[in-house]
Ligand binder design. Structure first.
Ligand SMILES: [Zn+2]
Length: 299
């Protein structure tokens, strides 16, 4: 009896001492980045799976339950989750995590985005993100800087683990700096200058490694290509001597395969563009490494 009581006391004391922060990450990539910073010092849950297109997630009640108990929600922002996150936040009825409050960290607002559209945006332009391209987690440099911002926010809400968060984020940034040097050398050595992709989802990666994307398979983001546009892609691939077409793993490679038939000097490769989009992609660095290898394979 006594030992049970002591055990119970230790259990209760421990749960008081380590009331871990409840954190919700909206996507698999953000969850991976938060894990780098926080390890198992927080309770982390995520909404979109890596194998799902993060633009289109069903706002399920079970996600609202996750958010109801959250101390912090970390979002991609730049309108990536515009179709579902506001519904979840509203349904969660948790004032701690409403947009703009202390428990809401919008990573997109902390970076300088690429491809911010000029002038007015109309429906005819497709699913254009008005604040710029939201797929920044594929840029190793931006994400290592964001690790520091995540560490600051976690430290703010949970001062006891401040040292751990700050140290992990700094170590991550150092590791990325080293890896970047290697990736840059390898991409340069490949001689690849242009890559065609399905959706603008890899543009931050391409931008970081100075690879040109002359055309996307989608003529407009979120809209499948017309026969006319496929002809322009074939034309561009030939003219630019593009050796590689990368297709996000949740899209069919059928169209890319058709282009390869017409332009046989190029090849189509299906790639995962998020953590856990494919079983072997366990970390953001695995995703980057896979993209670098795809480029090396096209030389
Ligand atoms: Zn997109």
């Amino acid at each position: 009896m006594k030992s049970i009581l002591i055990g119970l006391f230790i259990f209760v004391a421990a749960s008081f001492a380590q009331a871990k922060l409840n954190v919700v990450a909206t996507t698999a990539d953000i969850a991976a980045l938060v894990t780098v910073v926080a390890g198992d010092n927080i309770h982390l849950s995520q909404i979109a799976k890596g194998s799902q297109d993060p633009h289109y997630i069903e706002a399920k009640p079970s996600f609202m339950v996750k958010m109801r108990d959250a101390d912090l929600v970390i979002t991609n922002g730049l309108s990536l989750e515009v179709g579902w996150l506001p519904t979840l936040i509203k349904g969660a009825r948790n004032p701690k995590i409403s947009a703009g409050s202390k428990g809401y960290l919008d990573l997109g607002s902390l970076i300088t985005p690429i491809e911010k559209p000029m002038g007015s945006i109309t429906r005819a332009m497709g699913d254009v993100h008005p604040e710029g391209n939201p797929h920044f987690t594929l840029d190793p440099v931006r994400r290592s800087e964001l690790a520091l911002k995540i560490a600051d926010k976690l430290s703010d809400l949970d001062n006891t683990n401040k040292e751990v968060y700050q140290t992990n984020a700094k170590k991550y940034q150092e590791a990325i700096t080293k890896k970047m040097a290697d990736w840059l050398v390898r991409i340069k050595a490949s001689g690849v200058k242009t890559v065609v992709t399905y959706h603008p989802s890899m543009n931050y990666f391409m931008d970081r490694f100075e690879l040109k994307v002359p055309i996307h398979l989608e003529a407009k983001p979120g809209i499948p290509p017309s026969a006319q546009h496929i002809l322009s892609v074939i034309d561009t691939v030939k003219k630019e001597n593009t050796k590689l077409i990368l297709v996000d793993s949740f899209f069919d490679t059928k169209i890319a395969d058709r282009i390869v038939k017409e332009a046989p000097k190029t090849k189509a490769v299906s790639v995962g563009i998020a953590v856990n989009s494919l079983p072997q992609l366990k970390t953001l660095e695995d995703v980057t490494e896979q993209l670098v290898k795809a480029i090396e394979s096209a030389k």
